[in-house]
Design a protein around this ligand. Structure first.
Ligand SMILES: [Zn+2]
Length: 251
């Protein structure tokens, strides 16, 4: 395969941080001045452009430095699942079928594997986004309270957002931030994630001592981490085009 130096189309398979593998096209270009990596919008496939003076090996090394970027970009090309009548969406790890009922009254509730949404259809997506945020907020808040008491530390502000790159974070001031999307994951994942961020109230690092604290706050450390590594990126498929929220939201 490496014998010819002709302009050829090659590809390389690399493993992403999320545990999935992806095929990347390698294209040699005599016009390109530098290494470039891009996603082809038509196929959602990544392409690496190699200038004449750069070896394929250098290109592959470059790819490995870009795994995080690739992971985040390729997420966008997973088949999106909009919040629409008849679509199936996860909630605490269980599937819910969106069911719209035309009615003047605006309501949203779970019933026998369905997420029933009443009111005007044009508001459906917005209503479901709001519902996830509220439910997510409630599920997260109760766990944060429980675990911060277990740890004997106070937290500052707790915010729920649609973060793109992280499921949760803890600031040096003890403010906690979570993505509402985590409420789509099974409860044990939520348990681990909250334990992780609450543990940062005591240890602002990922030292052995930090992981000991996480373990003291949850029995789900391994299972939760594994689920996120394999399935976490999938959560970004749901409810595309979230309504934009201006400014900072807080509880
Ligand atoms: Zn952390």
């Amino acid at each position: 395969m490496n014998g010819t130096k002709q302009p050829s189309e090659r590809s390389v398979e690399i493993k992403l941080g999320s545990g999935k593998t992806t095929i990347i096209k390698i294209r040699r270009s005599s016009r390109a001045r530098r290494l470039a990596l891009r996603i082809l919008p038509s196929t959602g496939q990544a392409e690496l452009v190699l200038p004449r003076h750069v070896s394929e090996q250098e290109g592959v090394t470059f790819l490995h430095q870009k795994i995080k970027w690739l992971d985040q970009r390729l997420i966008k090309y997973l088949k999106p699942v909009p919040f629409k009548d008849g679509e199936t969406v996860p909630f605490l790890g269980e599937p819910l079928i969106i069911f719209h009922l035309n009615s003047i009254r605006r309501d949203i509730y779970r019933e026998k594997g369905r997420l029933i949404v009443t009111g005007p259809k044009v508001r459906l997506s917005k209503a479901i986004h709001g519902w996830y945020r509220r439910e997510g907020g409630a599920e997260i808040t109760s766990r944060v309270k429980e675990k911060s008491e277990m740890l004997g530390r106070k937290y500052g502000r707790l915010t729920i957002r649609d973060t793109k790159s992280r499921w949760g974070s803890c600031s040096s001031k003890g403010n906690l931030n979570f993505s509402w999307r985590v409420v789509m994951a099974p409860p044990y994942v939520l348990d681990y994630l909250v334990a992780h961020e609450v543990a940062h109230l005591a240890e602002m690092n990922h030292s052995a001592r930090f992981w000991d604290i996480v373990e003291s706050l949850t029995d789900e450390l391994q299972r939760g981490r594994r689920w996120l590594r394999h399935n976490g990126h999938e959560l970004h498929r749901y409810g595309v085009e979230p309504p934009t929220v201006k400014g900072r939201e807080s509880e």
